[in-house]
Design a protein around this ligand. Sequence first.
Ligand code: HEC
Length: 132
Amino acid sequence: MISRKEAAAFALALLVSQTVAASADPMRPASNSLPVPAGVTREQVLRGDRIFHGEEANGKCSNCHGWDAKGTGNGNDLTVGSLIWGDSLAMIKATIMHNMAVVPGQDGDLEPADVDAVAAYVWALVHQDRFR
Ligand code: HEC
């Protein structure tokens, strides 16, 4: 026989483990295993991930490019291995800055360091399959 106390502890452990499992996000690219472009730190890629998903700098990228970055009717797939406007880090940054200039505020409230970070994250998404 297990005691009431043990049963309660077991129920609590089960609840905690289920909550942890539910918070894992299968739709979101696993940014810890994404490649990191030269001259950039993993912390910048992780920050770019948070901006992309609206957790920093009021970033709105995932609204149009999708939570999984595979695109929606309003923004293209950024995971297919190449981009229309060029997929080097410099070209990705130039595209983002161009779009920010054409439609100000649409991407969020991005400071220059935020643009660097989110460009690095997009580079990581674009190049992920070349490193597997
Ligand atoms: C309102 C919708 C919208 C938002 C918000 C948005 N995008 Fe886009 N984005 C688009 C569309 C539509 C295109 C395709 C048009 C084009 O070629 O520029 C695009 C193009 C791009 C491209 C170029 C893709 C290619 O194939 O060359 C990149 C990179 C990109 N977006 C990154 C971002 C990032 C990073 C953010 C957030 C900081 C963002 N976008 C926010 C709609 C959006």
